[in-house]
Design a protein around this ligand. Structure first.
Ligand SMILES: Cc1cc2nc3c(=O)[nH]c(=O)nc-3n(C[C@H](O)[C@H](O)[C@H](O)COP(=O)(O)O)c2cc1C
Length: 215
């Protein structure tokens, strides 16, 4: 009888504490190269969407991934305008966007960049901050956009990088309708929604583009 009680206690302990250890390990587990590579190779542009909406926690994680991008001098020039009010689409995207299905998207993220940075005074005086042009903002924004697209792919969402910068006929209506500050550029527009079709990723691997040690 005593033996049975001890064995039961041991089994319970293993289940309880062994289980906890396993959960902790899962929490801390880094993604494997296989999952990262699969995510990158699966990404594709998707331009038509179902009527399903995107949960707010998914949207927040997409923006979290975007803001994790590398940034020149770590100036992080990005801001995001998330549009879900479809009644304003005509006004915002009246420019020549090559994207007829904006109205199907559950949300449209306008990825913006501040092209100047306000640097705090180097001493502790109450002087005005100095303003400096950020020549690296375009590079930062490409990384931001790709981060968002990759997590969208992992969530099973469809998305498409849609250029805004450098086309004046796309940027001007967006700047006006969203009341962007004068130094803020709408870099690109990413419509997001669950895919209505069955788009497949392109195989772009081309070993002839790779040179070792000399062109
Ligand atoms: C800088 C840039 C601008 C783009 N602009 C548009 C656009 O205005 N309209 C559009 O439908 N797709 C646009 N795309 C998506 C490309 O057409 C797409 O990435 C390309 O055809 C490769 O297909 P994939 O994304 O499925 O691999 C753009 C992509 C990039 C990187």
């Amino acid at each position: 009888m005593m033996k049975r009680i001890v064995l039961s206690a041991l089994l319970m302990g293993t289940l309880l504490f062994g289980g906890c250890r396993c959960d902790k390990q899962q929490e801390a587990a880094a993604p494997t190269y296989e999952t990262v590579l699969a995510n990158i190779l699966q990404r594709k542009s998707v331009r038509s969407y179902t009527s399903d909406t995107i949960p707010s926690e998914v949207m927040e994680n997409l923006l979290r991934a975007a803001m994790a991008a590398p940034s020149g001098r770590d100036w992080r020039p990005w801001s995001f305008v998330v549009i879900t009010d479809k009644s304003r689409l005509g006004e915002i995207f009246e420019g020549n966007f090559n994207m007829p299905k904006f109205e199907q998207a559950a949300a449209i993220v306008v990825i913006c960049a501040d092209t100047v940075v306000a640097l705090p005074p180097s001493d502790n005086s109450d002087m005005e901050p100095t303003v400096q042009v950020n020549h690296l903002w375009r590079d930062d924004m490409g990384a931001v956009t790709e981060n968002l697209l990759l997590l969208a792919e992992a969530y099973g969402l469809g998305a498409c990088w849609t250029a805004c910068y450098p086309y004046a006929d796309r940027m001007e209506p967006v700047k006006r309708a969203l009341a962007l500050p004068s130094t803020v550029v709408p870099y690109c527009v990413v419509p997001l929604g669950y895919p209505a079709g069955n788009e497949q990723p392109k195989d772009k691997w081309d070993p002839s583009r790779v040179h070792y040690n000399l062109w």
